[in-house]
Design a protein around this ligand. Structure first.
Ligand code: HAM
Length: 412
């Protein structure tokens, strides 16, 4: 039997794991500076947590959830996103007694999508949420943090911030009705996929990539005709603040997002360097969602970014950052000396590698192929004379050193 990995999954190792670590480090530092606390929730939850809040007619709920029955008939789902689990965790652990609550986390999400470049069935997200404030500055703060993280990780990439507002839940309801009427009139010109969404999810037609759909959507009514004065003011305040801070943005009336819980501000950071899967990060407000999940009726806002998509745009770093020195031992008889040197290297925090081959030639060749600069040799002379030979593989020079002299030489 040949074991394969499941379609749409991938293993992360080598350079990609270094990049993943760098992403998590950068995100944690930014989160810490802005007062966000880390949280980790289970990978599976009761399915109810997702089906209604994400939208019964959204693609995620209709086609993409990994749902299974547990032995006791409970319906469980591998989390397709992190906002609803974070809210569930905040409610379960009474974290909402102390507001505003600022949480962040990373971890794997699961969606049964058609795999392609930048789109997986198991992928990793970074997630930031603020519960309990409708202050427009929370929206700005989250956009600023996203911007900082992306600038830090992808300094030379062209990434554009797109923003829009969807108005209040009431504004959106009226707008969706008008939109359904408009698309119904033009039904014969729409793609099959869009036709199916006229009554259930007309907002998503605005998002279609089909040429005919785009043409029709361009003339569709805009949400901006239906905004309450409060929503307009909220949006204007955000734009003013971003302008004041010289954060460039594109106002995109057709930006609607794929999950159903959004209202008011929505935003995405996009790049044209990744092909069709061009959104690196997306988020927005979801007033009403925390109440829907059984919590208090408080507002919330957040974003999530795809770690794999960020990683694909990061510079590759081919050198192994970890190992500084290799060790070559020519005979198992010198094992005690090997233990002595490895313990010493650990105590001075120098990463080392040894290949279990009692063969100097093979050890040297391995060290050269790994582009390691120094190798510590333990052979008969070293054993008898109680010293270590250290060879600098760049200069070819070698020295006989006592163990206490090795630290200075290696770090040199
Ligand atoms: P989302 O737009 O569904 O939002 O996903 C956020 C990001 O996750 C995307 O922009 C993309 O980078 C990445 N992503 C999504 N699906 C895949 C996939 N199949 N393969 C690789 N990467 C993917 C949410 O998940 C919301 N929970 C964001 C949010 C947080 N809104 C408020 N708070």
């Amino acid at each position: 039997m040949k074991i394969r990995s499941a379609r749409g999954t991938h293993d992360i190792f080598g350079n990609d794991i270094l990049k993943l670590n760098k992403i998590e480090q950068t995100v944690s530092n930014c989160a810490y500076l802005s007062g966000f606390k880390q949280i980790q929730t289970p990978i599976f939850e009761f399915s109810d947590l997702f089906s209604k809040p994400l939208g019964e007619h959204s693609d995620v709920v209709l086609k993409e959830m990994y749902t299974f029955k547990d032995r006791n008939e409970d319906l469980l789902t591998l989390r397709p996103e992190y906002t609803t689990p974070m809210i569930r965790a905040a409610i379960s652990n009474n974290l909402l007694n102390n507001l505003p609550l600022k949480l962040f986390g990373f971890g794997p999400m699961f969606r049964r999508e058609r795999p392609q470049k930048g789109r997986y069935r198991q992928f990793n997200q970074i997630n930031f949420e603020i519960f309990g404030t409708s202050d427009f500055f929370a929206d700005v703060e989250l956009i600023l943090i996203s911007n900082e993280i992306l600038k830090n990780l992808l300094p030379s990439r062209q990434i554009n911030l797109h923003i829009n507002t969807l108005g209040t839940k009431e504004n959106l309801l009226t707008y969706k009705k008008e939109l359904s009427k408009y698309f119904l009139d033009k039904k014969h010109k729409l793609s099959e996929d869009s036709k199916n969404k006229i009554h259930t999810n007309p907002l998503r037609i605005l998002d279609s990539k089909e040429k005919d759909d785009i043409e029709i959507s361009n003339k569709a009514p805009s949400i901006h005709e239906y905004l309450s004065s409060e929503s307009k003011l909220h949006y204007e305040n955000i734009k003013k603040s971003l302008n004041m801070q010289n954060i460039k943005f594109i106002e995109d009336n057709k930006l609607v997002r794929g999950l159903d819980y959004y209202c008011n501000t929505v935003f995405e950071f996009k790049t044209n360097e990744l092909g069709a899967q061009d959104t690196l990060l997306g988020g927005g407000r979801y007033d009403g969602l925390i109440g829907l999940l059984g919590g208090p009726d408080i507002p919330g806002i957040g974003w999530a970014a795809g770690i794999e998509r960020i990683s694909m745009l990061m510079e590759t770093n081919t050198k192994s950052e970890n190992t500084i020195v290799h060790i070559a031992v020519t005979d198992i008889k010198y094992h005690n000396k090997l233990i002595e040197i490895t313990q010493y290297l650990k105590s001075i925090k120098v990463p080392f590698f040894w290949n279990y081959k009692y063969n100097l030639k093979k050890s040297l060749s391995k060290a050269n192929s790994e582009k390691v600069k120094k190798i510590i040799i333990i052979g008969e002379n070293e054993f008898k004379g109680n010293f270590y030979t250290i060879k600098n593989l760049t200069s070819g020079k070698q020295f006989e050193l006592q163990i206490s002299q090795i630290g200075d030489y290696i770090n040199d």
